[in-house]
Design a protein around this ligand. Sequence first.
Ligand SMILES: [Zn+2]
Length: 566
Amino acid sequence: MVLTPHPRPRPRPETSRQRTRPDTPQHRPDTIREQTRPDASQHRPDASDHRPDASEHRPDASEHRPWPEFGRRRIRFRISRHRKAALLASAVCVCLVAAAAPAEPLGVGDRLYPYLGNPGYDVASYDLSLTYPGANDKPLEAVTTIDAWTTARLERLNLDFGHGTVRSVEVDGRPAGFARAGEDLVVTPEHPLNRGDWTRITVRHTSDPVPGKDQQGGWVRTTDGLAMANQADAAHLVFPCNDHPSDKAMFTFRVSVPNGYTAVANGLSAGAERIGRTTTWTYRTRHPMATELAQVSIGRSAVARREGPHGLPLRDVVPAADRKALEPWLAKTPDQLAWMEKKVGRYPFETYGVLMAQASTGFELETQTLSLFEKRLFTEPAYPTWYIESIMVHELSHQWFGDSVTPRSWSDVWLNEGHATWYEALYAEETAKRPMEARMKAAYGASDRWREAGGPPARPKPPAPGQKIDIFRPNIYDGAALVLYALRQEIGRPAFERLERIWVRENRDATATTADFVRLASTVAGRDLGGFLEPWLYGEKTPPMPGHPDWKPAATARAATPHTRR
Ligand SMILES: [Zn+2]
């Protein structure tokens, strides 16, 4: 995400979530979560390590076959006798607790968003059917189908869903009970789910583009339809989900719109079917995706197609009336892709493109394979060309850093923004003579103030009440790019560039943590960098910059980099 330097939404009062969720999970009484999840690490699923025998039981994710092949059957795993005994024992206490515990919101313990995500299951895929009524101030009718593995025995399970009406819920084809609790939808299946079950949850609901009181994010209403901006915690305002980046999944979107509208979503088209006055557009991702990166565009749009490096299909989505005027900007993407591939290696997804929306969001957003931009970024004469291009590269580089390699928790978000800012600045240096060193010197001057206001880059302060996207402060942008600059100064350019390439290759389609980055940096450099990086990532004060003993914190905000506005 990049914040563009025009007015942001005014601060709002405390949100309903904050009112209804006063406690962190640690402070709440024992719940089904604690009883059923003895191993905390299990509810931070990682596609690569978390699905027992996944390769034997699931179709090849990269092929993303249609639903019927997943089937409705339950797949059970061979469970050792020892494990069976343990499950039986835990089942007993679950029943006792479940009988007494009221429905309540749960989370996976994210330090910045404690109620995001839910324990006890790992989503494999989402299928979203959305029916747009032809007006963006009315709710869409929706069916969200979730296929998931359970990672604990569950008497009930929570989904994140904070806006819209729930009409019905089914689990494995059987009607299930449901209740709202904060921004969670608490589902009680007819029969408890065992650990290791393959389960399908179907929710019929509305998806309301008009924000609820004190809610931010999710649907973005454009002048001709809708787009989506879910970062960091707003996907669950659009559809029921496990709304935490640690649980990436495959997505299918089926968007029905009145003829004359165009719908585009993440991934590749799987066809458009016109029946009467309605056309249903289907898209599928070929790589797992975090819920925060979902994108659905509905509008009077033109889709501009071209080829990127080595035949990569590109498709941009722009207002049909502006197609010609915006073409010079769209034509820049192939070269930007080639530039990024030269820096870090092959583009990680099946397609790319920019979505230019007629909306005033105040930011651009790296939604997977289809980055969201405000159209005005490209039409406002006040922005210099080099600046617009560097912002395009910022969002493009997120496809590697943030989308393909996803932060395990929101405290790791500097891995997204620090790298995106790094390539944004590097592109400006190499193509527009805007030296990285000058920008980093200015960032160094401001860094102590940024750390004081927003926390150290890898331990950002929680968002202010009612300002959930306020974790996106300068400390994780130029403040974090400064950490990468310090690392490059310390280990040298060749090792740094090798590290970047290995990082995106080894963590492709997965999630990663700050500790993973420190570990890999040490491996690549051939020495332990923990002691060097710790104060850069977690210190209240900015350490001395290797190679620049003359760099000092600047006394006033006046000396700060002009990029602090983002
Ligand atoms: Zn960004």
